[in-house]
Design a protein. Sequence first.
Length: 425
Amino acid sequence: MITTIITFIIVFGILVIVHEFGHFYFAKRGGILVREFSIGMGPKLFYRRGKDGTTYTLRLLPVGGYVRMAGAEDDEDEIKPGTPVSLYLGKDDQVERINASKKSTLFNGIPVEITGSDLEDELWIEGYENGDESEVKRYPVAHNATIIETDGTELQIAPKDVQFQAASLGRRLMTNFAGPMNNIILAIVTFMLMSFVQGGVAMGTNQVQVASAPVSIAKKAGIQNNDKILSVNGQKTKDWTALSTAIQPRANKATKVVIQRGNTKKTLTLTPKGEQSNGKTVGMIGITQAQNKHIGPILASGFTQTWTMTKALFGALWNMVSGHFSLNDLGGPVAIFATTSQATKFGLVGVLNFLAFLSINLAIVNLIPIPALDGGKILLNFIEAIRRKPLSENVEAGITLVGVGFLVILMLLVTWNDIERYFIH
């Protein structure tokens, strides 16, 4: 259980960091202020402000993360009238820090009860100083001033010129696409690493590698590394899939196997051992696919395996939308945790394969054009390009709200279904 928990946190952490770093990097390149880069959700455990104006946060629940961009739909700095704050004045008597938290000891500032503020356009804040309601004082706010929010997190304010909508359409589109793009890159790199760990790439032919275990049935029968199995009980086996299909039904049955070693052909007899797999008894003789150990195929495997898995996932999505939808086709954090336990049983290779699989899943799911997902934001970017102007803030906010509501309901249903599937039944 401890191994599963640690693996789950590491895998989930890598997925989130890589995905959100894509948004973060291209937002920065596009001149958009990233106010917060958070790993985890919920209450903050630790934060540090960088010289780049971004606050880096570690939060309690390791089930996600986010990049908080200035002016995005989940970002606001409104300080309601009546809110007590402390103001720290710097050069030219401009406000450099606004303490809106209840921790009055953070710095010695001027106590002010807010009556109004503008932290986007004209950059000012006003209110009653030291409880004196006979006069409203207005203070200019520095462009790079910070605000300490109610939970104690200090963020840079978000003037209009560094907000998300101030960037060009192309830069906003790239920022939205960068998260899924990074997950695809992660999958490619992970598959390459997996091939290195395995010592090569499976050749996919009828050329075999014999298991090193002394009880290997193939080894006992005289099969050697790099032999080609041409047929099983008269059934030709031109590739690995045909070979596996021919052997599996032969559990505990005497079987004739024709092999080729160099220019010589031999006929051997062996009896595949019956093993349980997915509730069925299948024949095993102790062989694996021969490995190509050259660097070229190993590097290429990152791309080929990513493409193969991507096609499989798109096929699964098509089955879902074509009338075969089931909640069992989906999985949330509970399902990922349960599957992590299975992946760890196969060691580092199993974990790497699982990481690549999840990374491609995350990329594809995020590109679905549902509001609140990256795909929904990209769709709005294309609509803006066609209309040559963005949708109104109210329309966009309404669309996003519908998308968030749909995702929340779906996540609750999926999570409950996962709990029933893995822990109740």
